[in-house]
Design a protein around this ligand. Sequence first.
Ligand SMILES: Cc1cc2nc3c(=O)[nH]c(=O)nc-3n(C[C@H](O)[C@H](O)[C@H](O)COP(=O)(O)OP(=O)(O)OC[C@H]3O[C@@H](n4cnc5c(N)ncnc54)[C@H](O)[C@@H]3O)c2cc1C
Length: 492
Amino acid sequence: MAEHSVVIAGGGPTGLMLAGELALGGVDVVIVERRASQELDGSRAGGLHSRTLEVLDQRGIAERFLSAGQVHPAVSYSQIPLDISDFPTRHNYVLALWQSHFERILAGWVDELGVPILRGRDVVGFTQDDRGVEVEVSGDASFRAEYLVGCDGGRSLIRKAAGIDFPGWDPSTSWLIAEVEMDEEPEFGFRRDRTGTHALNRREEGEPIRVVLTERDLEHTGEPGMGELREALVDVYGTDYGLRRATWISRFTDMTRQAAAYRKGRVLVAGDAAHVHPPQGGQGLNTGVQDAVNLGWKLAQVVNRASPDSLLDTYHAERHPVGARALHNTMVAVALGTPDDRHQALRDTMTELLSMDEPRRRIAAMLSGLDIHYDLGAGHPLVGRRMPDLDLHTVNGPTRVFALLHDARPVLLNLGAPGGFDIAPWATRVRLVDGTHDGIWELPVLGEVAAPPAVLIRPDGHVAWAGHLADPELPRALTTWFGAARDAEAHP
Ligand SMILES: Cc1cc2nc3c(=O)[nH]c(=O)nc-3n(C[C@H](O)[C@H](O)[C@H](O)COP(=O)(O)OP(=O)(O)OC[C@H]3O[C@@H](n4cnc5c(N)ncnc54)[C@H](O)[C@@H]3O)c2cc1C
């Protein structure tokens, strides 16, 4: 039986990102993926939000994605555009990039990091005890691991086999989605009628046309085909525009559910395995990638024996509320799209509200993931929030905060006079950087905040502590997040 420290079931966006994070943390990890290649049926998710671009930037790989997509200044909430070009981030836009391209580029990075991917195999079961997990894989293979992470999508076998409940809401609406070729040029854009909202679009000349049609019926048996698609097009547009070929036809609903626990012993769930909701607001892939970035460094520290296993409980504590918010706001988005006069009145009111600065900022910051605030206790407003990507001057020359996070290690950034804190007891785990920043400190929604003399930044870019180096809370924060002080590190 092969042994790895961590087995990841599923090599979609979440599993790939987690594998990259674990590899940076020096963990021996393997992905088991059902698909024989990274190719996807259909393009699926259409874009990356600001915070996802920021976490990719924190690893030095944002440019790979930016050069493959198109930038748009507004996020869309139930088709209400919310401009975010005034947000204080280097990535104050949405990046239009199909999931198929996103996965290909991310898989390239994971490959460079040397993570093995066992393709064309399913995780079919597991047993866990105090010391580890035995993971059964199709084809009569098995692995022994310390931890198993289910990144195996909404129908997650791992979640079910772990006995984790998946409470939520049954679907109320169903949509047909397809990528097609048509002889005639269709009417591009959105159309609303008594059934709901429908859309036809093509991002680039030469690409297939993407069709999304609200269905009259919720219940269906079997997978949709060309006949059903043609019928639905005629139903909405009065023509099928000479529908010639479909490269992908599928169906999705607004089923909305969330895992009651993101961890059960040595088994964790992330991404769609932990939360499913309709694609309104484009948050599924983004939330999964950010789950992975929250979990990766914690799991690496536990596997590397730097931190106790209890650190993993903070994964649920921090990410469950973020997932719950995504569920909540997608339910609102579906309600706003309900095609009757009363909901239209609600939509008009919401559109008016969102044209005002403060509501626009709040909702857009939530959708783009920039307002995430983990509850790490009282203190400076930065604590628990994402660290802004400040320009810095250091003894090694100019840099910026995100560049300090490329290797996914924590950083104690001292913006005051050098000296004043002995990092030696954590020196192999936490990097102390002396630097200065000339500008203001501005956070999305909150606005300008007082510049702290020092900040402790976690590998996921969230601030664990901010204050003076003499603050007795600093050693406590270092111990809480990165493990106990070690004499051996003080006197190597
Ligand atoms: C039409 C549509 C539009 C969307 N638009 C957006 C959008 O604009 N923005 C956005 O952020 N999200 C969007 N989403 C959601 C997004 O596609 C998902 O949230 C995202 O793919 C989740 O990634 P994941 O890695 O968690 O799960 P998945 O992408 O589902 O990946 C799970 C992987 O696990 C594999 N697997 C499953 N079971 C096993 C097993 N037992 N053993 C081994 N491997 C297994 C699967 O083959 C798959 O590769 C959209 C979804 C749809 C359907």
